[in-house]
Design a protein around this ligand. Structure first.
Ligand SMILES: Cc1ncc(COP(=O)(O)O)c(C=O)c1O
Length: 387
């Protein structure tokens, strides 16, 4: 039919060459997805079963990222979320109901704790916290209504490595599921499913993105049953990840092995060097014996990444510890980690429930891709200034 130019803006007959092939995954953005006929219209979230139905459930770009993460983690299916914290809250919403009990390690990423305390409790969920070192002793925190046990290993900032298989055994015996924040290991250095975990999440914001310029999360299930529960909840919560961000994450995956290797080597060099410095009481790096749960890291992990903490000697005041961070030149101050830029953040755990008594003396470092000698020199000048 003949078309007015205004109609052509929407329904074009313009032609381009076919046969384009590229190494990059194309970015496909969509809310509306077209159906071939009236009878085939359906709002079903499981596009693996019924084909594409709506942008909320992912375009081919989103699903490509999901499939790649799932392949790396060895799961059944993966869902991509707009950020790591969204993955955490979606897991809780999918697998808990009023009257259920959830157990969370005291060392967990703080917004995970806050979601439980501020939201789950409001909806009638019984929230309990357990020491990250509990292992099989987590049994004493169980009640008949315990349904979900969170693990995060190593823990945020205080870096306790958990005995995940021992926790999983107790949980499974009690009919509870184990969910895990596997962000530190980038989903590759700790095989969560082989160690008894049922559902994993990662902040892809960190090592998969790798360049501090996107926010994404993933949730991977071990089986179809958990996948159905998760997908049905995701449909109703309605949090869709941006295909543009997914394409950046897909690019990040291609270089992740070399980034991780360089970051692991530099972080180890600096952790060992820092453990010899007189200003430092303790280095909390999972690959060092001074880190709680180091034996589980040795047993269960295939590598380490670039985030670890140092605890200063008791003689240093809060102002001095903050002064150390401020004095650093290459290390920048800021949240989120796993990018190419080294970061340092001072924490004060004086009032934090369940955390070891490091008080104001703990600083978390994120090691980036700068030359390790320059990073050491930067740390050295900032430590020397403390004297
Ligand atoms: C261990 C851990 N899990 C989850 C998140 C949340 O990820 P996002 O910032 O993508 O929401 C973070 C972010 O710092 C984190 O450190």
């Amino acid at each position: 039919m003949a078309k007015n130019w205004k109609t052509k803006l929407i329904h074009s007959d313009a032609k381009i060459p076919a046969g384009f092939r590229s190494l990059a995954v194309g970015v496909q953005r969509a809310s509306t997805v077209l159906f071939p006929n009236a009878a085939s219209v359906k709002d079903d979230w499981d596009q693996y079963e019924v084909g594409y139905t709506y942008g909320l459930y992912g375009t081919p770009t989103t699903l490509e990222l999901a499939a790649r993460i799932c392949e790396l983690e060895g799961g059944f299916r993966t869902l991509i979320t707009p950020g790591g914290q969204c993955a955490i809250s979606l897991i809780n919403l999918a697998f808990l109901k009023a009257g259920d009990r959830v157990l969370i390690p005291e060392s967990v990423y703080t917004p995970n704790r806050k979601f439980a305390v501020n939201v789950l409790r409001r909806f009638g969920v019984d929230v309990g916290f357990y020491p990250p070192e509990a292992g099989a002793q987590i049994q004493s925190s169980f009640r008949p209504n315990t349904r979900v046990v969170w693990c995060e290993s190593p823990g945020s900032i205080t870096m306790e490595v958990q005995d995940v298989p021992a926790i999983a055994e107790v949980a499974h015996r009690a009919g509870a599921m184990v969910v895990m924040d596997n962000t530190w290991s980038a989903g590759v250095y700790f095989d969560a499913f082989a160690h008894g975990v049922d559902v994993t999440m990662q902040a892809l914001t960190k090592y998969v993105g790798g360049h501090s310029d996107l926010l994404l999360g993933s949730i991977t299930t071990r089986d179809d049953k958990a996948w159905r529960q998760l997908g049905a909840t995701h449909q109703l919560v309605g949090c869709a990840a941006s295909p543009d961000d997914c394409s950046l994450a897909l690019r990040g995956l291609k270089t992740m092995a070399v980034r991780l290797k360089a970051i692991e080597d530099a972080a180890m060099t600096l952790a060992l060097w820092l453990s010899e410095r007189p200003e430092v009481e303790r280095v909390l790096h999972p690959a060092l014996a001074t880190c709680p749960g180091h034996e589980f890291w040795t047993r269960d992990f295939e590598g380490s990444t670039g985030v670890f903490s140092i605890v200063f000697q008791p003689r240093f005041s809060k102002a001095q510890v903050q002064g150390f961070v401020d004095k650093l030149e290459l290390f920048k101050i800021g949240y989120s980690w796993a990018g190419v830029t080294s970061l340092a953040v001072a924490y004060d755990f004086q009032a934090a429930r369940g955390r070891p008594n490091y008080g104001h003396r703990i600083v978390r470092l994120n090691i980036g891709l700068e030359d390790v000698r320059d990073l050491q020199e930067d740390l050295s000048q900032a430590l020397d200034a403390l004297a």
